[in-house]
Design a protein around this ligand. Sequence first.
Ligand SMILES: [Zn+2]
Length: 370
Amino acid sequence: MANLTIRPANETVNEDRPADGRNGACVQEPLIARLPKVQLHCHLEGTVRAATFRELAAQYGVQSVRASGPLEDTYAFATFGDFLLTFAEVCKTLQQPEDYARVAREYAHDAVAQNVRYAEIFISPSVWTFFHADLDVHACLRAMRDALDAEESRTGLYVRFICDLTRNFGTERAFETARIAVALAEANLGVIGVGLGGDEANFPASLFVEPFDFARASGLHAVAHAGEAAGARSVRDAIELLGAQRIGHGIRALEEDVVVDLLAKRGIALECAPTSNVRTGVVPADAEHPLVLLDERGVIVTIDADDPALFSTSLARELQLVADMAGAHDVVRFLRNAVDVSFADAQRKAALHAELDAALESTTQRRIHL
Ligand SMILES: [Zn+2]
């Protein structure tokens, strides 16, 4: 198996084009591009195109060193701290419902270009209102819902939202965001769950038991980032204290066998994002990604891009990296895993599997080998 070697960061997904397939270097690329895809770990704010960020920064007078110089260097950063600052700067430029509608629409265009058919996208309203206290979150969700419903009518792409409660803001703010998430769900704006990103090392799961209890009791699904900036215990706590149904990253579960066994036994899937892990320093660039070992140990693995624009990647490219590491057959299996562990209903899951079957059948007929 090949190691996880990340390609240059100047190949971004934007302007309605998939980022993969430009170099034609990998034999699986046509297959990966063709396969219908499910997106389970992608932050909307991390999909904002560099050009859009610069336009909005100019429109609102947001000062940023990232708003000048070559466009392809907009999101060039060297450390995890720089990444967080960049994420924050993107959020500063999102100031009105129409801005959110725009980034939702552009997300949909980029997703469809990669043949994404179903998506559960993270949104972080507590970060939005941290920078813009008067922002009308309901109006932003309404604008995004309208934009995405229009895209769904046009392309069939189905998108729902998971509200991130964001560890850094503490328990009370997380509770507020959980209440907002429930209200948005009740308003039929497409919120289906709560998540937990942010500073995992300093804000453990134990701080967020009540907000998660409230969200789950209100009918929302629960997921959590864990096992990225903190170890296996953080993964176990996300499952046992928060009732997380899937874990974002989770790769440091490997530090304790009992936690790997817990994931496997309970069928709790990991949402793995290889480039993200390298860019944030969690996995060395020259190492085999832990997802291979976790898969071998019986853990359900899915693949995604996390913050694709900021990490200069795409779901298709992450799948290609994994195909290079583990083989295209495993990629197909991981895509099926994503269908199975999504929060789609049984009918939609069956339809997604049928689309995969049809794409694979067509591949066989064209004599393109896996
Ligand atoms: Zn994430």
